[in-house]
Design a protein around this ligand. Structure first.
Ligand code: SF4
Length: 257
Protein backbone atom coordinates (compact mmCIF):
# COMPACT_ATOMS: atom_id res chain seq x y z
CA UNK A 1 0.00 0.00 0.00
CA UNK A 2 1.61 3.27 -1.04
CA UNK A 3 1.98 6.32 1.15
CA UNK A 4 -0.66 8.39 -0.66
CA UNK A 5 -3.30 5.74 -0.21
CA UNK A 6 -2.43 5.33 3.45
CA UNK A 7 -2.72 9.07 3.98
CA UNK A 8 -6.14 9.26 2.37
CA UNK A 9 -7.40 6.22 4.21
CA UNK A 10 -6.43 7.96 7.43
CA UNK A 11 -8.35 11.04 6.23
CA UNK A 12 -11.31 8.74 5.78
CA UNK A 13 -10.89 7.54 9.33
CA UNK A 14 -9.92 4.05 8.17
CA UNK A 15 -6.84 2.53 9.77
CA UNK A 16 -4.92 0.88 6.97
CA UNK A 17 -3.54 -2.58 7.67
CA UNK A 18 -0.08 -3.06 6.29
CA UNK A 19 1.61 -6.46 6.54
CA UNK A 20 5.25 -6.69 7.52
CA UNK A 21 6.41 -8.91 4.71
CA UNK A 22 3.83 -8.89 1.90
CA UNK A 23 1.47 -6.44 0.17
CA UNK A 24 -1.96 -6.16 1.75
CA UNK A 25 -4.58 -8.35 0.02
CA UNK A 26 -7.81 -6.77 -1.18
CA UNK A 27 -10.58 -6.84 1.39
CA UNK A 28 -13.08 -9.69 1.17
CA UNK A 29 -16.05 -8.98 -1.12
CA UNK A 30 -18.77 -7.12 0.68
CA UNK A 31 -21.56 -8.95 -1.07
CA UNK A 32 -23.99 -9.37 1.78
CA UNK A 33 -26.72 -6.75 1.76
CA UNK A 34 -26.61 -4.51 4.79
CA UNK A 35 -29.94 -4.93 6.47
CA UNK A 36 -29.36 -2.15 8.98
CA UNK A 37 -32.05 0.49 8.64
CA UNK A 38 -30.98 3.78 7.16
CA UNK A 39 -32.32 5.64 10.14
CA UNK A 40 -30.32 8.82 9.77
CA UNK A 41 -31.58 11.08 6.99
CA UNK A 42 -29.02 12.42 4.52
CA UNK A 43 -30.43 15.90 4.79
CA UNK A 44 -32.73 17.87 7.03
CA UNK A 45 -36.42 16.99 6.85
CA UNK A 46 -38.55 19.02 4.55
CA UNK A 47 -41.31 20.77 6.37
CA UNK A 48 -42.42 22.83 3.38
CA UNK A 49 -45.68 22.09 1.52
CA UNK A 50 -45.60 19.09 -0.77
CA UNK A 51 -45.11 19.24 -4.53
CA UNK A 52 -48.80 18.61 -5.04
CA UNK A 53 -49.40 22.24 -4.11
CA UNK A 54 -47.12 23.56 -6.84
CA UNK A 55 -48.37 25.48 -9.86
CA UNK A 56 -49.84 23.37 -12.66
CA UNK A 57 -47.54 22.68 -15.59
CA UNK A 58 -49.27 25.09 -17.96
CA UNK A 59 -48.52 27.99 -15.57
CA UNK A 60 -44.83 27.21 -15.32
CA UNK A 61 -42.10 29.35 -16.86
CA UNK A 62 -40.91 28.28 -20.32
CA UNK A 63 -39.07 24.98 -20.07
CA UNK A 64 -36.38 23.27 -22.08
CA UNK A 65 -37.99 20.91 -24.53
CA UNK A 66 -37.96 17.34 -23.17
CA UNK A 67 -37.45 16.03 -26.69
CA UNK A 68 -34.46 18.30 -27.30
CA UNK A 69 -32.47 17.41 -24.17
CA UNK A 70 -31.51 13.87 -25.25
CA UNK A 71 -29.95 15.34 -28.40
CA UNK A 72 -27.79 17.96 -26.69
CA UNK A 73 -24.01 17.93 -26.52
CA UNK A 74 -22.14 18.90 -23.35
CA UNK A 75 -22.03 22.61 -24.16
CA UNK A 76 -25.71 22.83 -25.07
CA UNK A 77 -26.68 20.87 -22.00
CA UNK A 78 -24.63 23.05 -19.69
CA UNK A 79 -26.11 26.19 -21.22
CA UNK A 80 -29.64 24.84 -20.92
CA UNK A 81 -29.19 23.90 -17.28
CA UNK A 82 -27.75 27.34 -16.49
CA UNK A 83 -30.88 28.99 -17.87
CA UNK A 84 -33.35 26.34 -16.73
CA UNK A 85 -36.67 27.29 -15.17
CA UNK A 86 -38.33 23.90 -15.33
CA UNK A 87 -39.10 23.91 -11.60
CA UNK A 88 -39.48 26.43 -8.81
CA UNK A 89 -35.93 25.95 -7.58
CA UNK A 90 -34.63 28.34 -10.21
CA UNK A 91 -36.15 31.18 -8.19
CA UNK A 92 -33.86 30.80 -5.18
CA UNK A 93 -30.61 29.69 -6.78
CA UNK A 94 -27.46 31.78 -7.13
CA UNK A 95 -26.58 29.56 -10.06
CA UNK A 96 -27.29 26.07 -11.32
CA UNK A 97 -24.64 23.51 -10.44
CA UNK A 98 -24.08 21.41 -13.53
CA UNK A 99 -21.35 18.95 -12.60
CA UNK A 100 -17.59 18.63 -12.66
CA UNK A 101 -15.04 16.14 -13.90
CA UNK A 102 -13.63 14.46 -16.95
CA UNK A 103 -16.08 13.96 -19.81
CA UNK A 104 -14.78 10.42 -20.36
CA UNK A 105 -14.47 9.36 -16.74
CA UNK A 106 -15.13 5.74 -15.81
CA UNK A 107 -16.69 6.68 -12.47
CA UNK A 108 -19.78 8.85 -12.14
CA UNK A 109 -20.52 9.97 -8.59
CA UNK A 110 -24.09 11.14 -8.10
CA UNK A 111 -25.25 13.02 -5.05
CA UNK A 112 -28.45 14.71 -4.08
CA UNK A 113 -28.51 18.47 -4.68
CA UNK A 114 -26.33 21.54 -4.22
CA UNK A 115 -26.01 22.96 -0.72
CA UNK A 116 -25.29 26.56 0.18
CA UNK A 117 -21.59 26.42 -0.66
CA UNK A 118 -22.18 24.57 -3.94
CA UNK A 119 -24.81 27.16 -4.87
CA UNK A 120 -22.25 29.91 -4.22
CA UNK A 121 -19.33 28.27 -6.00
CA UNK A 122 -21.20 26.55 -8.82
CA UNK A 123 -19.49 23.20 -8.23
CA UNK A 124 -20.90 20.04 -6.63
CA UNK A 125 -19.48 18.65 -3.40
CA UNK A 126 -17.42 21.51 -2.05
CA UNK A 127 -16.99 22.32 1.63
CA UNK A 128 -16.30 19.66 4.26
CA UNK A 129 -18.44 16.96 2.64
CA UNK A 130 -16.71 17.66 -0.65
CA UNK A 131 -13.29 17.33 0.94
CA UNK A 132 -14.31 13.99 2.35
CA UNK A 133 -15.57 12.87 -1.06
CA UNK A 134 -12.23 13.94 -2.55
CA UNK A 135 -10.47 11.83 0.08
CA UNK A 136 -12.69 8.88 -0.81
CA UNK A 137 -11.87 9.26 -4.50
CA UNK A 138 -8.18 9.78 -3.85
CA UNK A 139 -8.09 6.53 -1.91
CA UNK A 140 -9.11 4.88 -5.17
CA UNK A 141 -6.55 6.82 -7.17
CA UNK A 142 -9.21 9.14 -8.64
CA UNK A 143 -9.87 12.84 -8.61
CA UNK A 144 -12.27 15.34 -10.12
CA UNK A 145 -10.14 16.07 -13.14
CA UNK A 146 -9.23 12.53 -14.17
CA UNK A 147 -11.15 9.35 -13.46
CA UNK A 148 -14.34 10.70 -11.96
CA UNK A 149 -17.25 12.93 -12.88
CA UNK A 150 -19.44 14.35 -10.11
CA UNK A 151 -23.04 15.48 -10.48
CA UNK A 152 -26.25 15.76 -8.50
CA UNK A 153 -29.82 14.61 -9.00
CA UNK A 154 -30.91 18.26 -8.76
CA UNK A 155 -28.95 21.08 -10.33
CA UNK A 156 -30.38 23.84 -8.13
CA UNK A 157 -30.31 24.19 -4.36
CA UNK A 158 -33.52 23.37 -2.49
CA UNK A 159 -34.20 26.05 0.13
CA UNK A 160 -32.89 25.20 3.57
CA UNK A 161 -31.21 22.11 2.11
CA UNK A 162 -34.47 20.23 2.34
CA UNK A 163 -34.93 16.96 0.46
CA UNK A 164 -35.75 17.32 -3.24
CA UNK A 165 -39.44 16.93 -3.93
CA UNK A 166 -40.42 14.15 -6.33
CA UNK A 167 -41.74 16.70 -8.78
CA UNK A 168 -38.44 18.62 -8.78
CA UNK A 169 -36.44 15.43 -9.30
CA UNK A 170 -38.74 14.48 -12.17
CA UNK A 171 -38.36 17.88 -13.85
CA UNK A 172 -34.58 17.75 -13.51
CA UNK A 173 -34.21 14.08 -14.47
CA UNK A 174 -33.64 14.60 -18.22
CA UNK A 175 -30.49 16.59 -17.45
CA UNK A 176 -28.91 13.87 -15.36
CA UNK A 177 -30.04 11.25 -17.86
CA UNK A 178 -28.35 13.18 -20.66
CA UNK A 179 -25.17 13.57 -18.60
CA UNK A 180 -25.10 9.80 -18.11
CA UNK A 181 -25.71 9.19 -21.81
CA UNK A 182 -22.91 11.56 -22.82
CA UNK A 183 -20.49 10.31 -20.21
CA UNK A 184 -21.17 6.60 -20.64
CA UNK A 185 -19.59 5.80 -17.27
CA UNK A 186 -18.46 2.28 -16.49
CA UNK A 187 -19.80 2.60 -12.96
CA UNK A 188 -22.14 4.89 -11.06
CA UNK A 189 -21.56 5.48 -7.36
CA UNK A 190 -24.78 6.74 -5.82
CA UNK A 191 -23.97 8.56 -2.61
CA UNK A 192 -26.82 8.99 -0.17
CA UNK A 193 -30.42 7.90 0.00
CA UNK A 194 -31.86 10.48 -2.37
CA UNK A 195 -29.51 9.68 -5.23
CA UNK A 196 -29.85 5.94 -4.73
CA UNK A 197 -33.63 6.01 -4.58
CA UNK A 198 -33.90 8.28 -7.62
CA UNK A 199 -31.55 6.18 -9.76
CA UNK A 200 -33.04 2.87 -8.72
CA UNK A 201 -36.66 4.06 -8.64
CA UNK A 202 -37.22 2.63 -5.20
CA UNK A 203 -38.10 3.82 -1.73
CA UNK A 204 -35.99 1.12 -0.05
CA UNK A 205 -33.74 2.41 2.74
CA UNK A 206 -30.14 3.00 1.80
CA UNK A 207 -28.88 0.26 4.10
CA UNK A 208 -30.74 -2.32 2.02
CA UNK A 209 -29.36 -1.00 -1.25
CA UNK A 210 -25.70 -1.28 -0.24
CA UNK A 211 -23.53 -4.30 -0.81
CA UNK A 212 -24.81 -5.38 -4.20
CA UNK A 213 -24.79 -4.18 -7.78
CA UNK A 214 -27.80 -2.53 -9.36
CA UNK A 215 -28.11 -1.38 -12.95
CA UNK A 216 -29.28 1.86 -14.50
CA UNK A 217 -30.84 2.69 -17.84
CA UNK A 218 -30.92 0.88 -21.15
CA UNK A 219 -27.15 0.40 -21.05
CA UNK A 220 -27.48 -1.25 -17.63
CA UNK A 221 -24.66 0.79 -16.12
CA UNK A 222 -23.61 -0.86 -12.82
CA UNK A 223 -24.66 1.16 -9.78
CA UNK A 224 -23.14 0.80 -6.31
CA UNK A 225 -24.72 2.61 -3.37
CA UNK A 226 -23.00 4.10 -0.35
CA UNK A 227 -23.50 6.76 2.29
CA UNK A 228 -23.32 10.47 1.57
CA UNK A 229 -20.16 12.20 2.84
CA UNK A 230 -22.34 14.69 4.74
CA UNK A 231 -23.82 11.74 6.63
CA UNK A 232 -20.31 10.50 7.40
CA UNK A 233 -19.46 13.85 8.91
CA UNK A 234 -22.31 13.28 11.35
CA UNK A 235 -21.58 9.56 11.80
CA UNK A 236 -17.83 9.05 11.38
CA UNK A 237 -18.18 5.51 12.73
CA UNK A 238 -19.71 4.54 9.35
CA UNK A 239 -16.58 5.40 7.36
CA UNK A 240 -15.42 1.80 7.37
CA UNK A 241 -18.63 0.76 5.61
CA UNK A 242 -18.04 3.37 2.93
CA UNK A 243 -14.53 2.16 2.36
CA UNK A 244 -15.85 -1.39 1.89
CA UNK A 245 -18.43 -0.02 -0.57
CA UNK A 246 -15.71 1.76 -2.52
CA UNK A 247 -13.57 -1.35 -2.73
CA UNK A 248 -16.62 -3.31 -3.79
CA UNK A 249 -17.33 -0.78 -6.53
CA UNK A 250 -13.73 -0.88 -7.67
CA UNK A 251 -13.85 -4.66 -7.95
CA UNK A 252 -17.06 -4.40 -9.98
CA UNK A 253 -15.41 -2.01 -12.37
CA UNK A 254 -12.38 -4.25 -12.71
CA UNK A 255 -14.61 -7.24 -13.26
CA UNK A 256 -13.15 -9.23 -10.38
CA UNK A 257 -16.02 -8.99 -7.90
S1 SF4 B 1 -33.49 21.97 -10.30
FE1 SF4 B 1 -33.26 21.21 -12.39
S2 SF4 B 1 -35.32 21.37 -13.30
FE2 SF4 B 1 -35.28 22.69 -11.46
S3 SF4 B 1 -34.72 24.73 -12.24
FE3 SF4 B 1 -32.82 23.71 -11.57
S4 SF4 B 1 -32.00 22.75 -13.43
FE4 SF4 B 1 -34.15 23.24 -13.82
Amino acid sequence: MDEIRIRYLRALGVTPWVPRAAPAPAAAPDTAPDTAPDTAPDTAQDTAPTGSESAPLEERPPAADDAAIPLMDWAELRETVAACRRCELHEGRTQAVFGVGHAQADWLVIGEAPGAEEDRQGEPFVGRAGQLLDAMLAALGLDRSTGAYIANVLKCRPPGNRDPRPEEAARCAPFLDRQIALLQPRLILAVGRIAAQRLLATDAPLGRLRGRVHHYGPDRVPVVVTYHPAYLLRRPSEKGKVWRDLLYAQRQLRGDA
